[in-house]
Ligand binder design. Structure first.
Ligand code: BES
Ligand code: MN
Ligand code: ZN
Length: 500
């Protein structure tokens, strides 16, 4: 992986690096601490600001070469705008923007004085996390590295000075643990499908053993014994055998009811016999974005030693057309005993989740299940790339997820479930069919299908087809793989489900 920024927290003191970074509020207001950072006389900054019409607006930057007698050689001023108005996500974005700026200026070492109204350990940690996340570039397959903003060999070391060092260091440690989970999720989504099959993906879950996560991996034979013919039917056209990975993080008390997360891990989705068109098919390497978020979340929770018992289940398959692939018209029996008529082999994610969700509720009796899946193009049509679709049989859980998403800036929007929609997946030939039979309400009919496998467990489904992959570049991400869901679910768990 790319060289990530190294971010260190320190107490207040004289700058030890030649490049100082300070904040300015709107109208270019510098705090006493900012002035202190540059050596006690900030007249040269005021002058430079005037000449370049820098006004301290949010996300604006001023880059000044310091006079000879200054404590530093160069000063970067970061505009905060109305600092008292900044929310945690603004701080995260500002951190990302600063790292982008330092990188474009080819600065390798810098020292920042973190001083602003309402500055706290939490805002500092969010800022640092944004900077860290911005540093991720998928360059594992670049044998020659170009000198551009994306240049991943560029190693930034950023020291952040503040007057609350101990709290800030503790908060950053947690935020860095969570960021590690986000980057794991991004990397898995970015990896090419030839490198990441179901077996390799399951190994990534096993690798979390280093953080204290226990993983079991079920192979095809074991899943056959359990009757998981919905999941196995999807993988039967692939040369690469399916897997179910079951991760456990036991950070809570022994015997405490766990919470559970289930991810769609289709390592590549050709559509199967209902083959997708060729254009853009390469994007379907990201059809394991739900599973990537679940493994990223497990990483985050374990790395910050969250006091909660959590189960993470990944349904790992490849959907290929082949002489042995399943056909439209096939009827399979799921682990739940319910039969499914396959109308379209490209509606495979729900088949994988049907068995993964049933297995999870049956074995662990969790207090809730949240599944994440790049499930439907229809969800993308409805919500675009800015919000994930949320479906739930529980208003309280839905509300909590919504709020966590607003806070972490991984937004969701609730879409309906209902009896009327449920009827759309009935068929005369089996207990249900795997598509709604028309283009109408495609995200809902898929969710409705999943609901039939929850056995009335408290449940929410996040359709991340538009948010986990193909994402736009922004302050904290270079684009395509976003790691969507990791920070949101970490926040949800932290706010509501941890032992104090
Ligand atoms: N993996 C796709 C959904 C998808 C589409 C994810 C675009 C990300 C971007 C899923 O398996 C799929 O093919 N769904 C079909 C369902 C249909 C056949 C009922 C779809 O959305 O077209
Ligand atoms: Mn598909
Ligand atoms: Zn798919």
């Amino acid at each position: 992986m790319a060289t990530l920024p190294s971010i260190r927290i320190s107490g207040l003191g004289k700058p030890s690096e030649a490049v100082a970074v300070i904040f300015a509020e709107k109208e270019n207001k510098l705090s006493d601490q900012a002035v202190d950072m540059v050596g006690g006389d900030a007249a040269f900054i005021e002058r430079a600001a005037k000449i370049s019409e820098f006004e301290g607006k949010k996300s604006s930057f001023l880059d000044v070469i310091a006079p000879e007698d200054s404590a530093v050689d160069r000063v970067i001023v970061v505009g905060l705008g109305d600092a008292a108005e900044l929310e945690e996500s603004d701080w995260r974005n500002l951190g990302g923007e600063l790292v982008g700026k330092l990188k474009s200026l080819k600065i390798e070492k810098a020292e920042l004085r973190f001083d602003a109204p309402d500055a706290s350990a939490e805002t500092l940690a969010a800022f640092a996390q944004g900077g860290f996340l911005r540093g991720y570039v998928f360059d594992a397959y670049k044998t020659t590295k170009k000198e551009e903003e994306n240049n991943a060999d560029w190693a930034l070391s950023l020291t952040i000075q503040c007057g609350f060092e101990a709290e800030a260091a503790a908060a950053w440690k947690e935020a860095e643990a969570v960021a590690g989970g986000v980057l794991l999720a991004r990397e898995l989504v970015d990896l090419p499908p030839n490198a990441l099959g179901p077996v390799e993906f399951a190994q990534k879950a096993v690798d979390l053993g280093a953080l204290g996560v226990e993983t079991e991996v079920l192979d095809v034979e074991q899943m056959e014994k359990l009757g998981m013919h919905a999941l196995l039917g999807v993988g039967q056209g692939s040369r690469r055998p399916s897997r179910l990975a079951i991760m456990k993080w036991n950070g809570g008390k022994d015997g405490d009811t766990p919470i559970a997360f289930v991810g769609k891990g289709v390592v590549f989705d050709t559509g199967g016999i209902s083959l997708k068109p060729g254009a853009g098919m390469e994007d379907m390497k990201g059809d394991m974005g739900g599973a990537a978020a679940v493994i990223g979340l497990m990483h985050a929770l374990a790395a910050r030693k969250a006091p909660v018992n959590v189960i993470g289940v990944l349904g790992l398959v490849e959907n290929m057309p082949d002489g042995n692939a399943q056909r439209p018209g096939d009827i399979v029996t799921s682990m739940s005993g319910q039969t499914i008529e396959i109308l379209n082999t490209d509606a495979e994610g729900r088949l994988v989740l049907a068995d993964a969700i049933w297995y999870t509720q049956d074995r662990f009796k969790p207090s809730f299940i949240i599944d994440l899946a790049t499930l439907t193009g229809a969800c993308l049509v409805a919500l675009g790339t800015h919000r994930a679709g949320l479906f739930s049989n529980d208003d309280e859980l839905a509300e909590r997820i919504h709020k966590a998403g607003e806070f972490t800036d991984e937004k969701v929007w609730r879409l309906p479930l209902g009896k009327e929609y449920d009827k759309m997946i009935d068929t005369p030939n089996a207990d249900m069919r795997n598509t709604g039979g028309s283009r109408f309400a495609g995200a809902t009919t898929a969710a409705q299908f999943l609901q039939r496998f929850t056995n009335e467990t408290t449940w929410a489904h996040l359709d991340v087809a538009g948010t986990a992959m193909g994402s736009n570049k922004n302050a904290i991400s270079q684009g395509w793989a976003s790691g969507f869901g990791v920070r949101l679910l970490d926040k949800l768990v932290k706010d509501h489900y941890e032992n104090s």
